[in-house]
Design a protein around this ligand. Structure first.
Ligand SMILES: Cc1cc2nc3c(=O)[nH]c(=O)nc-3n(C[C@H](O)[C@H](O)[C@H](O)COP(=O)(O)OP(=O)(O)OC[C@H]3O[C@@H](n4cnc5c(N)ncnc54)[C@H](O)[C@@H]3O)c2cc1C
Length: 486
């Protein structure tokens, strides 16, 4: 089969948030000259649904990421897909005494409504959408991916389509990536400790009393607390004056050890229910029955909290969004990076197709472009996340109170790693072994972050240089992780 005989130029596997943006980006950059097919297992009226229980997400995204997409490929999101505006995100220490704000202005999306807008955008750009197909594997020929194989969910018939390029946007559980049948640098499997088990409700409620550390209609609230959300965090994200997305994420290992320590057998749902009940501001909670939330007010799913896959391309194949482990390691925010990656992937895919080179080499620019735009900071944030997971609540209280300078807060606001320069200045005044260890760990993560960022700024131009670059990355990470139990 020659490339001219393929059914499509581009197949986008998975019509979720990342898939639809990527497809639109391909159509935009090719002036709609390429044949693009999006395939999803859901009905076209419910694209992007992660599980039978809905479009499980915290729904928050920064304005900057949305602007990034709008300014480049002309896709605009407004009400009703944007449900509520916020001024930023505030993270509270376990004792609620210290608050750190980050991420700047943003939006709360309606993830059930957004796919309809995405579908409209895609159809306007001449993109074909095939629903109700469960993709099972990739078709390959001479070490190149040349299409997808799956099953029509309703008729059980075999579904087979070929293309010059397959863009995998099937989310964190991607079977396509896990069974990638050709030789490549892509990592196929994720370590269990790099996944968070998460869940959330969408509730309406009355206000029992005012306390902006528990609910603030203008800010997304994050609660760092190892008892409430072991190895993760809990959140209350406003979707209006009397409506919020409330949930939490845990690291399974940390959760198991909390259960063991306290002799309990809590599961994720009971942990979330407890968290909701402990909120003194919210009363008369009801799972929303608005049409725009119907079938989407409760659910659990998983999210990755590591750096993105060290390589995002193979011959005839690209990874975007959760399938590439793009959510930010410290807060699991995956919408922003998915928007950025989808926009870039579309541009670079079109260029590769126009240059008639969709090999790993021809697609390599996407690796480099994503790292330069966003991916350079994620390995450092992964180290920071591992350090945080090791801390007790007392250490988090102390660290947030004493070691965060204005500069650090600015860095965190930009989604970057704090420098903790105050730690070195304060070192002789720090009392107690535990706090001194904490200070040492903060200095360590900050130094390792510097090394990692600089290493990522030297991401190889050419796939042949990747093995050496990757070996050095592994050495730096080994050194970085050596201090932590996690
Ligand atoms: C509880 C929770 C809270 C979160 N909160 C936030 C937040 O507040 N802010 C933020 O930025 N991020 C958040 N995230 C992460 C965010 O939801 C994801 O990063 C985002 O949805 C990724 O989009 P995606 O398109 O890559 O993947 P997905 O949204 O998972 O979409 C994948 C699509 O592919 C389809 N698909 C999968 N497999 C197949 C197959 N074999 N065949 C056919 N179709 C298939 C799926 O049905 C789905 O339509 C959260 C995640 C969770 C779980």
């Amino acid at each position: 089969m020659t490339t001219g005989e393929r059914d499509y130029d581009v197949i986008v596997a998975g019509g979720g948030l990342a898939g639809m943006i990527t497809a639109c980006s391909v159509a935009f950059y090719s002036n709609q000259s390429l044949r693009v097919l999006v395939i999803d297992r859901n009905l076209s009226s419910s694209l992007g649904k992660k599980t039978v229980t809905g479009w499980i997400c915290g729904d928050a995204v920064g304005k900057k990421a949305v602007d990034y997409m709008s300014n480049r490929i002309g896709i605009r999101w407004e009400n009703p897909e944007i449900e509520h505006d916020v001024k930023g995100v505030v993270a509270y220490s376990p004792d609620h005494e210290t608050a750190v704000s980050f991420d700047g202005e943003g939006y709360l999306l309606n993830r059930k409504v957004l796919p309809q807008k995405q579908m409209k955008d895609a159809l306007n750009l001449g993109i074909e959408v095939k629903d109700r197909v469960a993709l099972r594997s990739l078709i390959y020929q001479d070490n190149m991916i040349v299409g997808v194989l799956g099953e029509e969910i309703d008729t059980k018939e075999v579904f087979k389509r070929t293309s010059k390029l397959v863009i995998d946007c099937t989310g964190v559980t991607s079977v396509l990536r896990a069974n990638l049948p050709i030789k490549s640098y892509i990592e196929k499997r994720i370590n269990r400790n790099d996944l968070e088990a998460t869940g959330r409700y969408i509730y309406t409620f009355e206000i029992a009393q005012h306390d902006k550390t528990y609910f603030d209609p203008d800010y997304c609230i994050i609660h760092l607390d190892q008892e409430i959300a072991p190895g993760g965090y809990a959140w209350v994200f406003p979707k209006g004056e009397n409506k919020a997305n409330i949930g939490l994420g845990v690291q399974q290992k940390a959760f198991e050890s909390l259960n063991k320590r306290s002799g309990t057998k809590k599961d994720l749902k009971s942990l979330i229910d407890e968290y909701v009940r402990s909120n003194p501001v919210l009363k008369d909670l009801k799972m929303t029955d608005e049409r725009s939330d119907e079938g989407n007010s409760w659910g659990t799913w998983q999210v990755s909290v590591r750096r993105q896959n060290d390589c995002l391309v193979a011959n005839g194949y690209i990874l975007v969004g959760d399938a590439a482990w793009m959510p930010k390691p410290i807060d699991a925010g995956g919408i922003g990076p998915a928007i950025i990656a989808g926009t870039i992937a579309g541009k670079d895919a079109v260029q590769a197709i126009q240059q008639k080179d969709v090999t790993e080499n021809g697609l390599w620019k996407y690796n480099k472009d994503f790292v330069e735009e966003y991916g350079y900071k994620t390995a450092g944030l992964e180290v920071f996340r591992r350090m945080l997971q090791d801390l007790t609540n007392d250490q988090i209280n102390y660290g947030m109170k004493h070691f965060l300078s204005k500069m650090d807060v600015e860095k965190i606001t930009n989604g970057e790693h704090p420098e903790f320069s105050a730690v070195d200045k304060l070192s002789m005044f720090i009392k107690g072994v535990v706090n001194r260890t904490l200070a040492e760990h903060l200095s360590h993560t900050s130094k390792m972050n510097e090394k990692l960022v600089s290493h990522y700024h030297n991401y190889p131009e050419d796939p042949r240089e990747f093995p050496q670059w990757h070996l050095t990355l592994e050495h730096i990470l080994e050194e970085a992780f050596a201090k932590f139990r996690n």
